[in-house]
Design a protein around this ligand. Structure first.
Ligand code: IMP
Length: 188
């Protein structure tokens, strides 16, 4: 039976949706999915990329939506690949990233969640600091097999509680606080 949702996640990436759905479910929010590849503008600002994508998605679906844009920023590479993380993953991949690094392996993962409906356009940013592992470990998607959160010797791919501490979790938590409060004030 088709389900009715109040909020939709628009992305071409099912993995991201799966995690976002699980996280938002823990805050009592049901999240639907529109699988669609949004156009990405060229910009060095993740926030600008995300808010343009959200506007585009709302134009298409005319429903309250969130979209997510992420970036992996590696210290010794001056923040590269950052806003180019998706392209870099598709080209050189985790293997290529590992070949670029030597001593300093510090990095951060940034998530921007952008919400858009007929009244609001709002973005929420969160980051998680960590290190790039020396080898790929665990079976995970994207950069999960090489990103180890701070104070952990396991990669995201090996952790069982990634969804309780990731960049995505933190950004969605900020979003949920705002969104649930908004729903509450609309009810009054
Ligand atoms: P996007 O541009 O927002 O799709 O994400 C940039 C890149 O980061 C893509 O290659 C994603 O697969 C990757 N990515 C985003 N979030 C995660 C994550 O939680 N784990 C692993 N890779 C991720």
């Amino acid at each position: 039976m088709p389900q009715s949702f109040d909020l939709f996640f628009v992305s071409s990436d099912y993995q991201k949706y799966k995690e976002a759905k699980k996280i938002l479910h823990s805050f009592g929010i049901r999240l639907g999915f529109f699988k669609y590849e949004l156009e990405e503008i060229q910009s060095s600002s993740l926030k600008e990329i995300a808010s343009k994508k959200a506007a585009q998605a709302f134009q298409k679906y005319k429903k309250p939506i969130i979209i997510e844009d992420d970036g992996l920023f590696i210290d010794s590479l001056y923040g590269f690949p950052g806003p180019y993380s998706s392209y870099v993953f598709k080209t050189i991949g985790n293997k290529g990233i590992l070949q670029l690094l030597t001593q300093n392996r510090k990095a951060k993962f940034v998530s921007i969640i952008s919400f858009y409906d007929d009244k609001n356009s709002k973005s929420f940013e969160a980051k998680i600091y960590g290190n790039i592992s020396k080898i790929q470990t665990g079976k995970g998607w994207g950069y999960d097999p090489i990103f180890m959160p701070k104070n952990s010797n396991k990669t995201f791919a090996e952790l069982t509680n990634k969804n309780e501490l990731s960049h995505r979790y933190k950004a969605l938590k900020k979003f949920s606080n705002w969104y649930l409060h908004k729903l509450e004030s609309n009810d009054q």
